[in-house]
Design a protein around this ligand. Structure first.
Ligand SMILES: C[S@@+](CC[C@H](N)C(=O)[O-])C[C@H]1O[C@@H](n2cnc3c(N)ncnc32)[C@H](O)[C@@H]1O
Length: 244
């Protein structure tokens, strides 16, 4: 299954582009609408998921935190509000980072934003106490390489990601209702392929035990845990050398 995800190719104007180029272009294109679309498509539940995620991260004290695939910076700003930690945040979409930097300036935030790629991070080994990734890991072309990088630069990993509800009926209702938003997304963003991608990747990306297996294979940690939220529509994953 993972191979199918990593070898994902997208056809645009007759050209076949790598998943990474497609994803970066997609987020650059939808960046002006990203925050609004998040609120509309999730009926603002993403805010609740993100608060629950940050609460989990903050349940252990961390001095230095890296937020990867930060997008417009939601998780980085929430963590800054809730802790004294110094926070660095990266994303490979220049436009998303520009938005995040605009928000930081407006809110007098000290979060340090920069453009960087999860698969080849420019930070020293174990230079962070914790690394967070919210709704970003399933978009990374080389997931295994990305996980290795997260484990190289940090002592703890926290990941928030969509998954598949275990209950068949809830899964059916959830994925069918997602499709109802299709025209709305296309209208706002002009990128119907982006929404197709969102649904397809949420349906197929490994979740629960499947994702824990990926963490075990590609990180150096000894303890792993996952917590399903909202019937398993979303999962929080943790990896650490300390008991969790
Ligand atoms: C769905 S958004 C999530 C943004 C934010 N973390 C949130 O929770 O709202 C996914 C983000 O992952 C970023 N991304 C995807 N692949 C990446 C990579 N290899 N390195 C860094 N960022 C990446 C995209 O540019 C995009 O901003």
């Amino acid at each position: 299954m993972l191979q199918a995800i990593t070898s994902f190719k997208q056809k645009t104007s007759g050209l076949v582009m790598s998943k990474s180029i497609f994803i970066k272009k997609m987020f650059n294109d939808i960046s002006p609408w990203y925050d609004t679309l998040n609120d509309v498509l999730s009926l603002s539940t993403h805010r609740w998921w993100k608060r629950a995620f940050v609460q989990k991260v903050m349940s252990t004290e961390h001095q230095r935190i890296l937020d990867c695939a930060t997008g417009t910076g939601d998780i980085a700003f929430l963590m800054e509000k809730k802790s004294e930690a110094s926070i660095v945040a990266i994303d490979f979409s220049e436009k998303m980072i520009q938005y995040a930097q605009g928000r930081a300036k407006k809110n007098k935030s000290n979060v340090q934003f920069s453009v960087d790629d999860i698969s080849r991070l420019t930070f020293a080994d174990k230079s962070f106490d914790a690394v967070t990734v919210s709704f970003g890991i399933r978009n990374v072309e080389e997931v295994e390489k990305g996980l290795k990088e997260l484990s190289r630069v940090s002592r703890n990993i926290y990941i928030l990601e969509f998954g598949q509800p275990k209950n068949w009926l809830i899964s059916k209702i959830y994925f069918t209702s997602l499709k109802l938003y299709f025209p709305l997304f296309s209208l706002f963003s002009g990128r119907s392929d982006a929404y197709e991608y969102l649904i397809q990747s949420s349906q197929t990306f490994p979740s629960g035990d499947g994702f824990i297996e990926l963490l075990k294979k590609n990180t150096t940690f000894q303890h792993f845990k996952y917590t399903p939220l909202f019937f398993g529509v979303v999962y929080i994953y943790q990896a650490s050398n300390e008991a969790i």
